[in-house]
Design a protein around this ligand. Structure first.
Ligand code: CP3
Length: 346
């Protein structure tokens, strides 16, 4: 039997449009908070395959989504390249020695050597593969990585940022160094995703969460082309594994999208109608309910109905237009999922 989510990614007809949510395994679930407390902290949870697999599966049983996404974080890559990641409570991710020079970059571990250190991720995937196969419900497993640009913003700024001024100063005053960083990260990510596929994921998603920080005319040069390079590499080896690209907040780039991948993730600031007009023939579209609609069941149903109507011809995967927020009632998340499944029935 084929998996409904994989079929939908490949543009095949499915009995209804499958649904999942970015950040579906997380703090809005009391069951997640309990396992995280047992693990001690978020990074310990990422490093513990049994617990990471447990929280990956939770949203399948609790909210009824059609795909599982590996529980991990995009920042495990720079961590294993030697940057020493910390998650500070109430603040977020932090690297104490951000990259400022070619010498800083040269000190990092690169390529396959860095990718080989992420054994806990591959072990989590192997365990999940076994557990999902035993369930027999044909649920797909999504593996993921950050886009080189999004990863580089943390590696250069040392933490999350509102202005991106440190990495943009590098973009305009020392673009060669920025490209060297992006190239190095791209190499590690290629090996990393290849090993995720070998370990048993069904679908790849590349998150470019901070795409909007780049001016539209430079987006290809500093981000998209590196994402396409990763997709090309994976497609040359695993042509049947679907790839989802999610560049958040770059509607001006819709006319310039190119590359060998399957699904384009539409963020909530881009009208689905517009994405369909520009890209619908070439790529399956994923998204894009405004995540804050989840605070109201009525607002959720309204959006799902409009999306189902816009995408009535198929070639669609339901999702939020970015991650679910920690204070969303679980009942409302369940409502979103069941409304997607109900209103798209064929
Ligand atoms: O359910 C899933 O989607 C799978 C797991 C997942 C996490 N992070 C778990 C997580 C995924 C796919 C990510 C990706 C990720 N991580 C992104 C790209 C996706 C996006 O939202 O745009 C980014 C930018 C990060 C970096 C990151 N990780 C930040 C900025 C933070 C702190 C902010 C926050 O929400 O706390 C994290 C921590 C993080 N990653 C948590 C989870 C569940 C919260 C940790 C906790 O307190 O338990």
């Amino acid at each position: 039997m084929s998996k409904i989510f994989v079929d939908a990614c490949l543009g095949k007809e499915t009995p209804y449009t499958p649904v999942w949510m970015m950040r579906q395994a997380g703090r809005y679930l009391p069951e997640y908070m309990a396992v995280r407390a047992e693990a001690g902290n978020f990074l310990n949870l990422c490093h513990d395959p049994a617990k990471a697999a447990e929280v990956t599966i939770q949203p399948l049983d609790i909210v009824g989504v059609d795909a599982a996404i590996l529980f991990s974080d995009i920042l495990v890559i720079p961590d294993e390249m030697g940057m020493d990641l910390e998650f500070i409570k109430g603040f977020g991710p932090k690297f104490n020695d951000p990259l400022t020079s070619q010498e800083d970059l040269d000190r990092l571990i690169g390529g396959e050597e860095a990718a080989n250190k992420l054994t806990y991720v591959y072990d989590t995937i192997k365990l999940l593969r076994k557990q999902l196969d035993e369930r027999g419900d044909e649920i797909a497993l999504i593996g993921f990585c950050g886009a080189p640009w999004t990863l580089a913003t943390y590696m250069i700024e040392g933490q999350g940022t509102k202005t991106y001024n440190i990495c943009k100063k590098m973009m305009y005053s020392n673009p060669e160094l920025l490209h060297n960083i992006l190239r190095e990260v791209t190499e590690v990510v290629k090996y990393y995703m290849e090993k995720q596929i070998e370990s048993g994921i069904d679908v790849v998603q590349i998150f470019d969460s901070w795409a909007a920080a780049i001016e539209p005319d430079r987006y290809d040069e500093f981000s998209w082309k590196y994402m396409v390079e990763i997709a090309d590499y994976l497609k040359s080896k695993y042509p049947d594994t679907p790839i989802i690209m999610f560049p958040k907040g770059v509607p001006a780039f819709l006319d310039k999208v190119y590359g060998n991948f399957d699904v384009y993730g539409v963020d909530w600031g881009t009208p689905m109608e517009l994405a369909k007009e520009k890209l619908g023939d070439k790529y399956v579209l994923q998204g894009n309910m405004e995540p804050c609609r989840l605070y109201s069941k009525e607002a959720t149903t309204e959006s799902v109905a409009i999306l189902a109507e816009t995408m009535r011809d198929g070639r669609h995967i339901f999702n939020l237009g970015h991650g679910i927020l920690p204070d969303v009632p679980v009942e409302n998340a369940k409502h979103f999922v069941s409304e997607c499944q109900r209103l798209s029935k064929r």
